[in-house]
Design a protein around this ligand. Structure first.
Ligand code: SIN
Length: 528
C-alpha cells in the first residue's frame, strides 16, 4: 500500500469542497480527492441559482424566517443565522474572484422561487449558476499552489482509531492507497442515485454518508429527502431538471387534461413549498391515470424564455420539445438530502479531525425541507467554515502508527449481477420510499434491501460495486428512519400518519452499533 501524507484531505470537489480547499490553502498542503473528474458534481448541474439577501427589498432576517418556515420546525436556528448572515459576504467574495451573475442594467438581477417571500435568487448565464460557481472556484484553486487535485480516486473508508480520523483509504487504478492527513473534510454531496428518478448526476451515490456510517459517525435527519416537482418526463430523455425558477418567472402546471391545478392545493399555487407541489403532482397523476403533468411557459415572451433559460431550452430541443410553445411533460424526481452526517456550525463531526460540509453534512440549516437555492449558499458558507476549523485542528498526542493501516483483503470479490441489483434497488426506493410512504411500503423495502446485505461486508475493486455497497447502506438508513418517524413533517410524508405526530420537533439520529443501524429520537438538537 502506498502512503501519502498531506496536511489536509478534502473528499469531493463541488462548491463546499472547493471553498474549503481555498480556505485551507495558506495553512499547508491540501489534497482534493474525487472519484471522477473534479467538475463532475451536483454543483456543476445546479440551475436555478443561489439565494442571498442582497437586494434592496430584502433583509437577512426575512431570509432567516423563510428558511425556518420551509424547514417545518426542524431547522437549527443558530446554523440558519450563520447561513443567511455570512451569505452576502461569501457572494461578494465570489464576485471579487470573477463570478458573473446576471444583471438587470447595472444591478444584480434577483429572481423568485418557491417559499421565498422576496426576489432573492441570483443566477448566472440564465440557468447555469452552478457551472459558473464551479468555474470560478476551480480557477481560484488553480491559482493556489498548495492545492493538489486527485481525480478518479474512490474513497473506500476513513482511517479512524479511537474516535479520531487520520485520513482515508483511497482506491486508484485498482490499488488501495492510504492518504494520511491532519484533518479530513468530507464534501461528497448527496445520494439521489438511490432513487429510480433523480435530478442528480451519476456520481451522487451517497458515498460520504456510507463511509462515515461505517466509521462510527452520527447521521441525522436521513428520512428527509427532497423531491423536486419538475424533472423532464420522457422515455427518451434523462430526468433533466426543469428549474423552479421557471415557475418563479410565471410557468404554470397543468394536468394531462391541460387544466391548471395548483390553486386547489395551496394559496401560493405554483410557488408553494416543493413537497406540496410534488404531492399535488402525484395526486393529479393518479386522478388522471397518467405518469406526468405538464409545465406550460407558452404565455411568456419567447425571447425572454430563450435568454433566461438557455440551457433548458437547448436540452429540451434535443428531445423535440420547444419550451417557448410546447407543453413540457414533467414529473417529480429525488433531488436533495436534507440529512447527512451531523456537524456543528464549524463542520465538526463526532469523530475528531473529521469535518463535513455541503449536502453530505447535516448542519441543521434545512430542517425537514430545504428552501430552494439555499444549497449552493450552504456549500460556500459552511465549506469556508469547515476549512477554517480544519486548519486549526490538531490531534494531541496521536497514538496512530502507520503499521496499523489495514491492508485491503486479498480475496477479490465481484458480484456479477451488481448492475441488476442497482436497478432494482433504485426502483424499490422510488416505489416504496419515495414521495408518499407508509408502514407497508417501507417494510417491503426494508425486507428487499436486507436481502442484499451480503454485499455490505465485501471489499470491491470497481467503482460501480463500491457505489452499490454505499447505495445499499444509505437506502437502508433512509428506510429505517422513515419507518421510525410515524408522522408527516416537511418532505417526509406518511399516508398512514398524515399529521405531524408527537415527535414533530425531534431529530432522528442514527449510527452503527454491533453491525446494525441504531436510531433514536434526540431531544431537539443536542450538541455534537
Ligand atoms: C432549481 O433550479 O429548481 C433547483 C434549485 C434548488 O434545488 O435549490
Amino acid at each position: 500500500m502506498d502512503i501519502e501524507t498531506v496536511d489536509f484531505l478534502i473528499i469531493g470537489s463541488g462548491v463546499a469542497g472547493l471553498r474549503a480547499a481555498i480556505e485551507l490553502a495558506p495553512y499547508g498542503n491540501v489534497l482534493v480527492a474525487t472519484k471522477d473528474v473534479p467538475t463532475e458534481s451536483s454543483t456543476e448541474y445546479a440551475q436555478g441559482g443561489i439565494a442571498v439577501a442582497l437586494s434592496d427589498e430584502d433583509e437577512v432576517g426575512i431570509h432567516f424566517d423563510d428558511t425556518l418556515k420551509a424547514g417545518d420546525g426542524l431547522c437549527r436556528e443558530d446554523a440558519v443565522k450563520i447561513l443567511v448572515g455570512e451569505g452576502p459576504e461569501r457572494i461578494m467574495e465570489l464576485i471579487s474572484w470573477g463570478a458573473e451573475f446576471d444583471k438587470n442594467g447595472t444591478r444584480l438581477d434577483f429572481t423568485m422561487e418557491a417559499a421565498h417571500s422576496r426576489k432573492r435568487i441570483l443566477h448566472s448565464h440564465g440557468d447555469a449558476t452552478g457551472k459558473e460557481l464551479e468555474r470560478v472556484l476551480l480557477n481560484k484553486v488553480r491559482s493556489l499552489p498548495t492545492i493538489k487535485k486527485y481525480p478518479f480516486a474512490f474513497t473506500v473508508n476513513l482511517i479512524v482509531k479511537d474516535g479520531e480520523c487520520y485520513g482515508a483509504y483511497v482506491l486508484k487504478d485498482r490499488k488501495l492507497n492510504a492518504i494520511l492527513a491532519r484533518s479530513t473534510i468530507l464534501c461528497t454531496g448527496g445520494a439521489g442515485q438511490i432513487f429510480a428518478r433523480t435530478t442528480n448526476p451519476m456520481v451522487a451515490t451517497g458515498d460520504g454518508a456510507a463511509i462515515v456510517f461505517r466509521a462510527g459517525a452520527v447521521l441525522e435527519d436521513m428520512e428527509f429527502v427532497q423531491f423536486h416537482p419538475t424533472s423532464l418526463y420522457s422515455p427518451y430523455a434523462p430526468h433533466f431538471l426543469l428549474s423552479e425558477a421557471m415557475r418563479g418567472e410565471g410557468a404554470i402546471l397543468r394536468n394531462v387534461n391541460k387544466e391548471p391545478f395548483m390553486k386547489q392545493y395551496h394559496p401560493d399555487a405554483e410557488l408553494a413549498p416543493r413537497d406540496i407541489v410534488s404531492r399535488a403532482i402525484i395526486s393529479e397523476m393518479v386522478k388522471t391515470e397518467s405518469n406526468h403533468v405538464f409545465l406550460d411557459m407558452s404565455r411568456l415572451d419567447n425571447d425572454f424564455v430563450k435568454k433566461r433559460f438557455p440551457r433548458i431550452y437547448a436540452t429540451c430541443r434535443q428531445y423535440n420539445i420547444d419550451i417557448t410553445k410546447d407543453l413540457i411533460p414533467v414529473s417529480p424526481a429525488a433531488h436533495y438530502m436534507m440529512g447527512g452526517v451531523r456537524t456543528d456550525t464549524d463542520g465538526a463531526t463526532n469523530i475528531k479531525g473529521l469535518f463535513a460540509a455541503g449536502e453530505v453534512a447535516c448542519t441543521g440549516v434545512h430542517g425537514a425541507n430545504r428552501l430552494a437555492s439555499n444549497s449552493l449558499l450552504e456549500g460556500l458558507v459552511y465549506g469556508a467554515r469547515a476549512g477554517k476549523a480544519a486548519s486549526e485542528f490538531k490531534i494531541q498526542d496521536s497514538k496512530f502508527k502507520n503499521s496499523e493501516l489495514v491492508q485491503y483483503p486479498s480475496g477479490y470479490h465481484s458480484i456479477p449481477d451488481h448492475d441488476e441489483i442497482r436497478t432494482t434497488l433504485r426502483k424499490v426506493m422510488w416505489d416504496r420510499v419515495g414521495i408518499i410512504r407508509c408502514e407497508e411500503s417501507l417494510v417491503e423495502a426494508k425486507n428487499k434491501i436486507s436481502g442484499w446485505s451480503f454485499i455490505l461486508d465485501k471489499a470491491f475493486f470497481t467503482r460501480r460495486e463500491l457505489e452499490l455497497k454505499n447505495m445499499l447502506t444509505v437506502a437502508m438508513i433512509i428506510t429505517e428512519t422513515a419507518l421510525m418517524r410515524k408522522g408527516s413533517v416537511g418532505a417526509h410524508y406518511r399516508s398512514d400518519y398524515p399529521e405531524k405526530g408527537e415527535y414533530r420537533q425531534r431529530h432522528i439520529a442514527c449510527r452503527k452499533e454491533n453491525d446494525a443501524i441504531s436510531c433514536n429520537f434526540g431531544m431537539g438538537r443536542e450538541k455534537v
